[in-house]
Design a protein. Structure first.
Length: 292
């Protein structure tokens, strides 16, 4: 993608090569030899996401090489990269000797882009999986994750529903399920780009409070009853994620522990059974960035 003498190449879609080219074209005079700008995503020494911006001449010699911390929206980063490239390229295009970099003004590697505001990111996601304690149960979840762009810290809120599980209690059985919501903080890496479609790998962990509702009903007894109970506890999870621009595909494992001990009792009998206080679940999900 060429813009008035500069071809923009890169492995990232935030900002995309097209967005940088569109913003760069009005900043450059028409004509001139074609240079190539490479924009690649990477991780800095402190783990912060960075863009490496390089400007190369046609003979592959380097005009300038700069690393920028990823901050602000994709559009703001495109503006920043375009401004840096223009500051490097304009002296080159106007220099009498193409092979000699212009020395007037600040050197290219000292160009400072304007500060980018850190905005809140909001991701919405949905997942499906299975619980494994005292019989398998299918589960579906909806979640929202929010945090400052470029920050490791996030907040997570989720709602989860389960299918029925059975508990034998001769001569019948107890059918039970839980529905709950969780809220708590989380920590995530900022990503290591893989070079495939600008994708990156991420890992995250979170923990928080759990508030839920237990429904249990008898089946196969002379008199079947249903009982509901409020429950609370804590939950924690870890996940691996693959990000493509505004999308994340993730796989997580999650554990929950309830404070209360719920027991089912057979009327006029000493038979009883305790429902599990803890649970383990594996979930595969997809999230999208909806606000930044």
């Amino acid at each position: 993608m060429a813009g008035n003498g500069v071809a923009v190449r890169g492995s990232t879609d935030c900002p995309s090569s097209e967005a940088i080219r569109t913003r760069l074209a009005p900043l450059l005079p028409v004509g001139g030899a074609t240079d190539t700008a490479w924009v690649e995503a990477g991780a800095g020494p402190q783990g912060a996401s960075e863009l490496r911006v390089r400007l190369l001449r046609g003979d592959a010699s380097t005009v300038a090489d700069r690393r920028l911390t990823l901050q602000g929206s994709c559009e703001e980063m495109a503006d920043t990269v375009a401004a840096v490239l223009a500051a490097w390229e304009v002296p080159q295009m106007s220099s009498p000797a193409r092979g000699v970099a212009a020395t007037a003004g600040a050197p290219p590697d000292l160009v400072r882009p304007g500060p980018a505001r850190r905005r809140v990111e909001l991701w919405l996601g949905a997942g499906g999986g299975a619980y494994f304690v005292d019989g398998m149960a299918a589960t579906g979840s909806l979640e929202a994750m929010a945090g400052l762009a470029g920050s490791h810290i996030q907040a997570r809120a989720a709602a989860v529903a389960q299918s029925d599980r059975d508990l034998d209690l001769s001569p019948g059985r107890v059918v039970w399920r839980r529905t709950y919501a969780s809220l708590g903080p989380g920590w995530t890496t900022l990503g290591m780009p893989s070079g495939w479609l600008g994708a990156s790998w991420l890992a995250s962990a979170d923990a928080g409070i759990l508030l839920g509702w237990l429904s249990a009903a008898g089946s196969g007894f002379a008199l079947n009853r249903q009982q509901d109970a409020f429950e609370y506890g804590v939950a924690a999870g870890v996940r691996g994620q693959r990000r493509w621009g505004a999308w994340k595909l993730w796989l997580e494992g999650r554990a929950s522990i309830l404070v209360s001990r719920e027991r089912v009792v057979l009327d006029n009998s000493s038979l009883s059974a305790q429902l599990p206080r803890y649970d383990l679940v594996a979930v595969l999900g997809l999230s999208r960035l909806v606000f930044r």
